[in-house]
Design a protein around this ligand. Structure first.
Ligand SMILES: Nc1nc2c(ncn2[C@@H]2O[C@H](COP(=O)(O)OP(=O)(O)OP(=O)(O)O)[C@@H](O)[C@H]2O)c(=O)[nH]1
Ligand SMILES: [Mg+2]
Length: 433
């Protein structure tokens, strides 16, 4: 029989209220021991919590009783809402720890039990992880859609269509004398495959956007030393993050700041000024600056003179003239010119940045994790294989490709191969989740 697990599911102590969750076959026993009663299911009830050995009152608060299987984990569950003091939580844990068959939950163990009991599928677990990690509105929207089964419902309908085509073909193979499958069946299966392929491709088209929205839109601030990169970063972040000085070569480490621009998470990166240098420490900084600029979604290339630079790729690189307060000439139309000192031109720059970042938002993407994308890509490859010339006339191979495509889809939701992905999907989960 499995253990009954318990954990603090609310945030850091001390806090006004702490929530302890209990799940497992003996969850009801914990309520009996601590609160002396099991309240009506799914209704909050007031309770006094006592140490069953010493009869000492530990705290008072609310209890919830959620009997399985209609609970989050599918098991009997209880929640204690107590005062959020460290000693109070410790005293409740002490009582629970003494009960037989009880142990503290491991990271993500409540969700893991929900998964194993079929209360949630793998994409739901991924969505839940993202939902809790979401820091901006667009991230929240994408995560809640995933958590509520956006992707898995789609994938399940695709899989059902494939399985139905497959079963007809298999039946035809089994019942015909020569193993011949009527052409109309093969034709219908090919049509289904083509339709699904189009839908899968459409979902995959948004995958890069979905994955990026989780991580954030990265903007590297780069350029020669002393052009005002760190000053601009501080101004955009509205706080003093990076050291600014008139000595060229001030910044060496890569400095990252997270911003929320119109609901889209933006990671701003300040880097070392790029120049030839004999200082090995600065040279390392320059190397890192180059690498970050290379990997960023967008590079703001800063210049503080009027040399006419042309961006290599205007979509991914913008030239920004800094220290506009010192400029003698007027900025040219369409030129991005800012003064981090006076704030001139900052609104225009921020507006353009928001616009670029918000392209990541839009309609929430269905595919948001590399794991999901890879399984879908694999399904797509098997569907494409159906039209290969070497398959025509070979019904077993045809059926095999259909089966492989259906299996790849089943891996998206974890219908098969769930053991292989447990480590990956739970790696960022914490205790109490
Ligand atoms: N007048 C004026 N001075 C500025 C402006 N922005 C930055 N500066 C000055 O330019 C100098 C260099 O600024 P930083 O922000 O340290 O430049 P950086 O590009 O980060 O330099 P490195 O880290 O050395 O590559 C400092 O003395 C800043 O005060 C501006 O908008 N106007
Ligand atoms: Mg700097």
């Amino acid at each position: 029989m499995s253990h009954t697990i318990y954990a603090l599911s609310s945030g850091r102590l001390p806090a006004a209220i702490a929530v302890i969750r209990i799940s497992g076959p003996k969850a009801g026993l914990a309520l009996q021991a601590l609160a002396g009663k099991i309240p009506e299911p799914r209704r909050a009830a007031y309770a006094k919590f006592t140490d069953p050995d010493s009869r000492e009152t530990l705290d008072d608060g609310l209890v919830l009783w959620i009997p399985g299987p209609k609970s989050e984990t599918g098991e009997d569950m209880a929640e204690l809402h107590i005062h959020g003091g460290r000693a109070i939580v410790a005293s409740i844990f002490r009582v629970l720890g003494k009960l037989e068959g009880f142990r503290p939950a491991e990271a993500g163990e409540f969700t893991r039990r929900a998964l194993l009991n079929g209360k949630i599928d793998v994409t739901g677990v991924e969505g839940l992880g993202d939902l809790i990690a979401a820091e901006t509105e667009a991230q929240r929207r994408q995560a809640i859609r995933q958590f509520r089964g956006g992707l898995s419902k789609k994938v399940e309908t695709w899989r059902e269509k494939l399985l139905s085509a497959l079963s007809q073909i298999e039946a035809a193979i089994d019942f015909s004398d020569e193993g011949d499958v009527p052409d109309n069946l093969l034709h219908a299966a090919r049509n289904t495959a083509a339709e699904l392929l189009a839908e899968i491709r459409l979902a995959l088209r948004d995958a890069a956007r979905g994955e990026r929205l989780r991580e954030g839109f990265t903007v590297a601030i780069a350029g020669p030393p002393n052009v005002g990169k760190s000053t601009l970063l501080n101004r955009l972040a509205e706080r003093d993050v990076a050291i600014v000085s008139d000595i060229p070569g001030t910044t060496r480490d890569v400095i990252e700041v997270a911003l929320d621009l119109k609901g889209v998470p933006v990671v701003l990166i300040d880097t070392a000024g790029i120049r030839e240098t004999s200082d090995p420490v600065e040279a390392e900084g320059v190397k890192r600056a180059r690498a970050r600029a290379e990997a960023a979604d967008l590079v703001l290339w800063l210049v503080d003179d009027d040399t006419n630079l042309v961006p290599r790729d205007p979509k991914r690189e913008w030239i920004v003239r800094t220290k506009a307060d010192l400029m003698t000439a007027k900025p040219k139309p369409n030129q991005l010119a800012v003064s981090a000192m006076t704030g001139a031109g900052m609104d225009a720059l921020i507006g353009k940045l928001s616009e670029a970042a918000s392209q990541l938002a839009g309609e929430p993407a269905l595919v948001t994790h590399a794991r999901q994308r890879k399984a879908l890509e694999e399904a797509g490859e098997h569907l494409m294989a159906l039209s290969k010339p070497e398959i025509s006339g070979r019904e077993e191979l045809f059926a095999e490709e259909l089966r492989s495509a259906a299996n790849a889809l089943a891996r998206v939701t974890g219908k098969i191969g769930v053991e292989d992905v447990l480590g990956e999907i739970f790696k960022n989960f914490c205790v109490g989740k």
